[in-house]
Every structure is written in structure tokens, then in C-alpha cells.
Design a protein around this ligand. Sequence first.
Ligand SMILES: Nc1ncnc2c1ncn2[C@@H]1O[C@H](COP(=O)(O)OP(=O)(O)OP(=O)(O)O)[C@@H](O)[C@H]1O
Ligand SMILES: [Mg+2]
Length: 366
Amino acid sequence: MALTAGIVGLPNVGKSTLFNAITNAGAEMANYPFATIDPNVGMVEVPDARLDRIQELIPAKKVVPTTFEFTDIAGIVKGASKGEGLGNKFLENIRQVDAIVHVVRAFDDDNITHVSGKIDPLDDIETINLELGLSDLEAVDKRLAKVQRAAKGSDKAAKAELAVLEKIKPVLEAGKSVRTIDFTDDEKPIVKGLFLLTSKPVLYVANIAEDDMADPENSKYFKPIQDYAAKEGAEAIAVAAEAEEEIAQLDDDEKADFLEAEGVKEPGLNRLIRASYHLLGLQTFFTAGGKETRAWTFKKGTKAPQAAGIIHSDFERGFIRAEVMAFEDLDKYQTQSAVKEAGKLRLEGKDYVMNDGDIVEFRFNV
Ligand SMILES: Nc1ncnc2c1ncn2[C@@H]1O[C@H](COP(=O)(O)OP(=O)(O)OP(=O)(O)O)[C@@H](O)[C@H]1O
Ligand SMILES: [Mg+2]
């Protein structure tokens, strides 16, 4: 499964700083473009207040949050799709990820070099999206040349793919992303098979100044980024990557003090992590009542036996049923027996589709 969110953007905008803030992985951060060449991969813990509440109601020795993967990718520059700045290699790195976290510089600082010499978030976003789009256009053209020939005969799959390619091409030519197109359910798997960069789900991250942390809406750079994202049906989040990276080094008490001094309730990073998790189509179920209270990650739409298999392959092989209660019900009724008395403890079979927030006990026999 191991889906990964790729951190993408122009060089020197704070991608590795953000990556380090969320993973504590210690990737190289430096005030010059192309500090990152090879992708950095790291795991991120998903902050989830539900886990603490479950632990409060059903105490266990240990609390284990769930994790997922981030990949920090080299900067993309104008001309990347034509091979500029090792562009082909870096675009290939983006092709490997399942969703794009697009970092945009939204802070002034004369000491930090900007590759185009000015701070202009929309121009930056469009530069990146144009390169991704041009790379997609090249891929679509290549594919078209192949499929057109096959579609002349009786090859139904080729005809279907041809129709999809012909739908995509003019959109890319107009400088727009494939994700702005509405595809039918029949077309969707074909689009997926094309591995186009601009079809990946995206989250825009405005890397703001520490001064704007308490009130990101105050940053003059954030609003245009939000508007741009909204037009694509995407989300935008503001994070002060450098300050967050410093906060991440602190112990819990110091962290709380720092956040209070900044006037911030929750690190912007937490929202970023959760938004990235949802962008990847990931959800969480919990196990409780044993040695540990634990959160587990599954892909939206996963059925109970496969979810059981995430814990242990024996659980899937010998799956009998799942005892499930919704987090909201435990939160409300406070004990498992009260949930049961209220008729909210369910027995689910092998066709049950897991819900986010399910607290589960799997019954199995091997
Ligand atoms: N919000 C911010 N405010 C001020 N400075 C920042 C902020 N975020 C990052 N920086 C600084 O910007 C510089 C570039 O950061 P970083 O190396 O993380 O960028 P990058 O996007 O990974 O670059 P590259 O493409 O070269 O790998 C560093 O000096 C970092 O400290
Ligand atoms: Mg970097």
C-alpha cells in the first residue's frame, strides 16, 4: 500500500525545511537552489485527538499513532520538462508519488535567494504547473501516436483510450491541469493508467513568515494562493516552515510555551499532515482494550478482512468477523458496555467497508 505524498515546488522555497519539520528526518536544508537532488523519504505521525480520548476511556500501557510517508523532491525550474536543471529526473521523481504537496514561497527575506528574483506566489505556482503540464503533454502525444494506430482496427480498449487522450490534450494545451477535467467512471481507470503529473491530487502550502504564524490570513501572499487552489477544487494551507522546524526540535513543554508565545493553538503542521493524509485517500481505524491503544491507516473503501490484514496477515487469512463501534459512540457513551447497551456495538462480516474512526476488534481463527 505505502502511499506517499511528494513535496514539490521551485528550488529554495523551504521544501526540505517543511519535510524536516514533519518527519524530524534531518534532510539537508540550505539557502541555495538544488540543495536537494535525490529524494528524501520519511515517515510522519498523524496527530489525532481521538487517540487521546480513546486512551482516556480505555487506558492501555502504550498509545501508538499511525504514520504515512512523505517524499521531499528536488526543485523544479522553468524548462524542467525540456531537461533543464536535471528536470527529467526530478519530474520522474514526481511521477512516483501519489499526491502532490506543492510548497509556495510566501515570505519576504532578502537573504534567502529566490530563483526568479522576486516573490510572486501565483507566478511560481504557474511555473511549476506549466512544467508538469508540458511533461504530461509530451506523454499524451507519445501515447496518442501509439493508440491512434491501434484504434483504427477493432481494438475497443484503444478506442476508449483514444477518446480520453483527445479529451485531455486540449486542456493541457490551454495550460490547465488534468485534474480540472471531469471524467466518467469508465474514463477514470484509463486516466489513472496514464500516470500524468497534473492528474495527481494536490494541496497548496503557503510557506509564510514566522510573523504571520498567529494570523496567516494577514499574509498578503496567502489569499491569492487560496483563491488559485479553490479554482482547482484544491485546498491551501499556510505553514511557517522555518519556525515549525524549530518547534519540532523542542520537547513537549517547550513546544507548548513556544506556541503560546506565538499565539497559536495547534501547529499548522498538524493541519498540513491531516490534509495530506486525506489527499492520499487514507483513513484511520483504531484498536483498543489490549496492551496498546493504536491507530491504523487504511485506504478508503477497504473491507474488514483486508483492514485486519494490515495488523497481521493471520487476521485476514482467518477472518471471522469484526466487532465495531464508531469513535463518536464511545466518546458519547464512554464505555464499551454502554455502547453495547445502546445497541451501537456492531458485528460486521467480510463485506463490511471500513469507516474512518471505527474502533475494531477482529475475530479470527487460523
Ligand atoms: N518560512 C520561512 N521563512 C524564512 N526562511 C525560510 C522559511 N522556510 C524556509 N526558509 C529558509 O529557506 C532556505 C531554503 O530552504 P530549503 O533548503 O528547505 O528549501 P528547498 O525548497 O528544499 O530547496 P532545494 O530546492 O534547493 O532543495 C533555508 O535557508 C531555510 O532556512
Ligand atoms: Mg530541498
